[in-house]
Design a protein around this ligand. Sequence first.
Ligand SMILES: *Cc1c(COP(=O)(O)O)cnc(C)c1O
Length: 238
Amino acid sequence: MTEEQIKENIDRIHEELADAERKAGREAGAVKLCAVSKFHAAADVVAAIKAGQLLFGENRVQEACSKFTEIGGMPLQCVPELHIIGTLQLNKVKKAVEVASCIQSVDREELLAEMEKRCASLGKDIRVLFELHTGEESKAGYADEKALYASLENCAKGCYPHVIPSGLMTMAPFTEDESLVRKSFSTLRQLREKLSKDFPSLRLDELSMGMSGDYRIAVEEGSTMVRIGTAIFGPRTI
Ligand SMILES: *Cc1c(COP(=O)(O)O)cnc(C)c1O
């Protein structure tokens, strides 16, 4: 993709998001765009930044660190924000909380304890989304609500003061069957409503759902953030 194409793609997605928001009766600008730059070079991220995109998602911590360190050394008007969206290994938490402002893929309690330890020594807060397993194909995410409830109870009790629970994330199943995709998204929305009642002290506002192939459905089902890679950057190149 050229710089020009990346800009066109971002502009087009903003138009489509605005259209989907309007058709779903949602407020204009209700849905944020997270540009997923995994397997794309730093130059592509810079092209997106020049097109006004400031929020990025990366799956792998190592790739994110080298890429965003490179970008940090470039003369740019503004500093991009980075979210980690891929399954996180315990030994990558230290680097992840250094480079990112939000970890969207929290899928087990031990990550919270490790984040708390690392953030406390950095003197930094980290926002987190809890990833829920709502589709058969993807193995990522909390598979059962009991484990998720246990983690949220510990957050609400104040066990992890540097970890800021901010919402939920999911990946819909990869299927042509739109009803299954929709069900995955509505499940996440309903769970958020339930959790907000059960944990009134936590602000679980974010619903990160929707990718290149299904983001219109996600907007209809209440997404507050779509994570889009290929529709912006094209097929993965590195
Ligand atoms: C790769 C990825 C995306 C973006 O997927 P596209 O289909 O390229 O838009 C979004 N979320 C997660 C968790 C991903 O791994």
